[in-house]
Design a protein around this ligand. Structure first.
Ligand code: 0L1
Ligand code: MG
Length: 263
């Protein structure tokens, strides 16, 4: 158990420097098998505060993970997870991602929600989310677990900020009620070859359900979505590897496309 503060500090530094020095590490539950999910979220908070200081960055949003039944079954869990997005994770379509800054990146297609007003509470509904969402947009998330071989337990991955590394948002903004958010098809290609197809229905049945889940989880801790946040609502297909020289395009029918390259 990490009930001792010094252990928490050690774990936080361990994960922080794994990211900074771009090297994979042994998962923390190998050393601390008694860690709980609540402790993992506390470690995540500690890691993110340290990361903000270390990288002179700031929080710009939230990401949801394990939102597909397939991923939950793979991990043997029934719940999704959440982590945070920082300004220095934001990449752009016009600026290739540098492979040397990442350990073993994978990339996955998601719908980004642009939040226009604070949503904080424990009984948040889909209507609340829709009302507070200014726009939705196509996005790609680059995940890069700090753990060896991308293998971890739920506790490990939560402490590691849910593998967050980079994200790119496409420039086409759509009003959330202008599309059927629960039924958006997606094709993801790498270097011109189709790699994955998916649907927004893979995100807990409907991305709004995932958003409601996250808002209420955060609300139980007195937190929530804030005006100005970008929220990545969860992957619409399996993630694919990202290597130097790759260009990945995710085309979300009515939402448009988003592209990222890696050098
Ligand atoms: O964004 C995600 O769905 C990733 C959550 C963590 C699990 C993973 O790294 O595959
Ligand atoms: Mg994701």
């Amino acid at each position: 158990m990490t009930s001792k503060t010094s252990n928490d500090k050690d774990i936080i530094e361990y994960l922080l420097y794994a990211e900074r020095d771009v090297h994979e590490v042994i998962k923390i539950t190998d050393e601390y098998p008694g860690l709980t999910i609540d402790q993992a979220y506390e470690l995540q908070d500690g890691l993110l505060s340290r990361r903000i200081k270390e990288n002179n960055t700031k929080k710009v949003g939230i990401k949801l993970g394990l939102t597909s039944k397939a991923k939950q079954e793979m991990m043997g869990v029934n719940d999704a997870i959440y982590g945070y997005l920082h300004a220095d994770m934001l990449a752009h379509e016009w600026e290739p991602i540098n492979r040397n800054e990442l350990i073993h990146p994978k990339i996955e297609p998601e719908i980004a929600f642009f939040i226009g007003e604070d949503i904080i509470g424990e009984n948040i509904t889909e209507e609340d989310i829709l009302r507070a969402t200014k726009y939705v947009a196509p996005a790609l998330e680059v995940i890069d677990s700090r753990y060896k071989d991308f293998r971890f337990t739920l506790v490990d991955v939560v402490a590691d900020n849910c593998s967050s590394a980079k994200f790119v948002v496409g420039s086409k903004l759509t009003l959330p009620d202008a599309v059927d958010l629960g039924n958006i098809g997606m094709v993801m290609s790498k270097n011109g070859q189709v790699q994955q197809t998916g649907s927004s229905a893979a995100v807990l049945g409907h991305p709004l359900k995932a958003m409601v889940w996250a808002a209420n989880q955060l609300g139980a801790k007195g937190k929530g979505f804030k005006n100005g946040d970008i929220v990545l609502s969860g992957a619409m297909s399996e993630a694919i590897t990202l290597e130097s020289g790759d260009t990945v395009v995710a085309d979300f029918d009515s939402l448009g496309a988003v592209t990222v390259s890696c050098v």
